[in-house]
Write a protein that binds this ligand. Structure first.
Ligand code: SAM
Length: 482
């Protein structure tokens, strides 16, 4: 039997079923243990330092106790601390991105995904480089600077060379004042050699959702195709890091399995990356399984309501305070509004989940991966964010300035975020307002920028940011960054 070891490179040892079962039992036994819960909450709270603020984070056992806790006042406290952590490290900035679907050809048999091989009635499509270019122009014309590319797994139709060619094309398109400055990649688990090639192509984060950490369920949910190999999939982030990618994004597809199991597995995975590579995940995504062509989400065991979803998000925020958290348009405006406060730092906007969807006038459904709940335009999402006192940020500075992996974490801890990320958010928001926003959005945006400039602590930085913002407004100069 496999023995739990966070430093092991073997999936069954770092995501260890026995340890998860023991964690769930411990959490259940202590879910009303107020003394322990208070100790855990005290550990999670941000602590002021001479230069900024630090957070201790929580172990998977501690975080699982909080997730199991059913005492209303304690749950309120979890939410309050999640908000404090969010504000301490991410402020009111929300980073914007859009997914770009390259190909829905897939050889896997994933039971929850409409792209599965046996789905014979879904239209199959793979973008040509000309079509990639057209999609990128459409995305740039919306105002996007950061994309997450998505593709099914198909070594013949979507080999790594195709993905690399697409990345190259994306970075090469400069339409009017637009450019895509960061391409994150969400493709199937692959080899160290291929991860190295992705790194060389200049990708930002490599994202791979675990789907479920429960091995038996995983094997049933992925009955055929290369994705069936649980160990290969679970060990992918270690290969990505070996290939030189130090920003990796984890995620669970909530709804497939019991959420407490998934939560413990997710935090253990983060602990494993920290233990082996000295840096935790750059992001964690919290997708929920959605209705799609040939897919009925009610057939799975683990459906969760919106309150449980909020609690999971807040507990992740407490456990891994320096990790960015992403929510997509799978979720409605109301759910997104609630989760933004509890720790989400990145959202997609104006998304289309079909291959070639951005160049169509009407939202196409024939090649779509899942139903999009939040169907607002990017301009509407940006305006809504600002009206709810969030700064939409189109910043891509960190990775372009080499602040990846643990260097990003150091920035977080140094207290320099208000002198760095904050002005970067305001400058990239100005680009958006100037080049793409509606008049109404512009008005709200410029008023917000004036207010928010005052929050930059260093006078020198504030002055430079103000000057750059004036340059953006009065000329075609773009892409300033700290
Ligand atoms: N094909 C790649 C893989 O296997 O990892 C990644 C790309 S896939 C387009 C991105 C993610 O969409 C999957 O990892 C899965 O979690 C999610 N997904 C699939 N079907 C879904 C559904 N019905 N509802 C919501 N999300 C879904």
């Amino acid at each position: 039997m496999a023995i739990y070891n966070p430093k092991s490179l073997k999936a069954e040892e770092f995501i260890n079923d026995e340890e998860i079962q023991a964690t769930l039992a411990y959490a259940e036994a202590n879910k009303n243990n107020v003394e322990l819960i208070d100790r855990i909450l005290a550990k999670a709270r941000p602590q002021k330092t001479a230069t900024g603020c630090v957070c201790a984070g929580l172990t998977h056992r501690e975080a699982s106790v909080l997730l199991a806790c059913e005492i209303p006042e304690k749950i309120e406290e979890i939410y309050k601390i999640a908000e404090e952590i969010k504000l301490a490290f991410y402020g009111n900035r929300i980073v914007m991105f859009a997914p770009l679907y390259l190909s829905n050809y897939c050889v896997n048999g994933c039971l929850y995904c409409p792209y599965h091989l046996k789905n014979k009635h879904i239209a199959r499509k793979k973008l040509t480089q000309e079509e990639v270019r057209a999609e990128v122009i459409a995305l740039q014309d919306m105002g996007h600077k950061r994309l997450a590319i998505e593709a099914g797994e198909d070594p013949k139709n979507n080999p790594i060379e195709y993905i690399l060619e697409c990345i190259n094309t994306i970075y090469s398109v400069h339409h009017k004042n637009g450019d895509i400055r960061r391409v994150n990649v969400n493709i199937a688990a692959t080899t160290v050699e291929n991860y190295r090639k992705l790194k060389e192509a200049g990708i930002g984060t490599y994202i791979l959702f675990q789907e479920t950490y429960h091995k038996k369920s995983y094997l049933e949910l992925h009955p055929t195709g290369p994705k069936h190999d649980y160990d290969y999939h679970t060990e992918a982030m270690d290969r990505a890091m070996e290939g030189g990618i130090d920003d990796v994004g984890l995620g669970v597809l909530f709804g497939l399995e019991l959420y407490k199991y998934e939560f413990a597995g997710l935090i253990m995975h983060a602990e494993h990356l920290e233990a082996v590579h000295g840096v935790g995940p750059h992001t964690i995504s919290v997708p929920r399984v959605k209705r799609a062509d040939d897919i009925d989400p009610d057939t799975f065991d683990g459906g969760i309501d919106d309150d449980t979803f909020a609690k999971i998000t807040a507990c992740i925020r407490l456990a891994v305070p320096y990790t960015g958290m992403i929510i997509s348009t799978r979720e409605s405006e109301a759910v997104r509004a609630k989760l933004l406060r509890l720790g989400i730092s990145q959202i997609s906007g104006g998304s289309r989940t079909s291959v070639g969807g951005y160049t169509e006038e009407e939202r196409p459904h024939d090649t779509e991966q899942f139903d999009v709940s939040d169907q607002r335009t990017l301009d509407e999402v940006v305006r809504w964010l600002m009206k709810t006192d969030h700064i939409p940020s189109f910043c891509t500075a960190c990775y372009r300035e080499g602040r990846t992996g643990d260097r990003f974490m150091s920035l977080c801890k140094s207290g320099q975020i208000l002198n760095c990320c904050h002005p970067n958010a305001l400058m990239t928001l100005t680009e958006y307002l100037e080049d793409y926003a509606s008049e109404e959005t512009k008005k709200i945006g410029y008023a917000m920028i004036e207010r928010e400039l005052e929050r930059i602590p260093k006078e020198k930085v504030r002055e430079i940011a103000r000057q750059h913002i004036a340059d953006i407004r009065n000329s075609n100069r773009r892409d300033f960054r700290f």
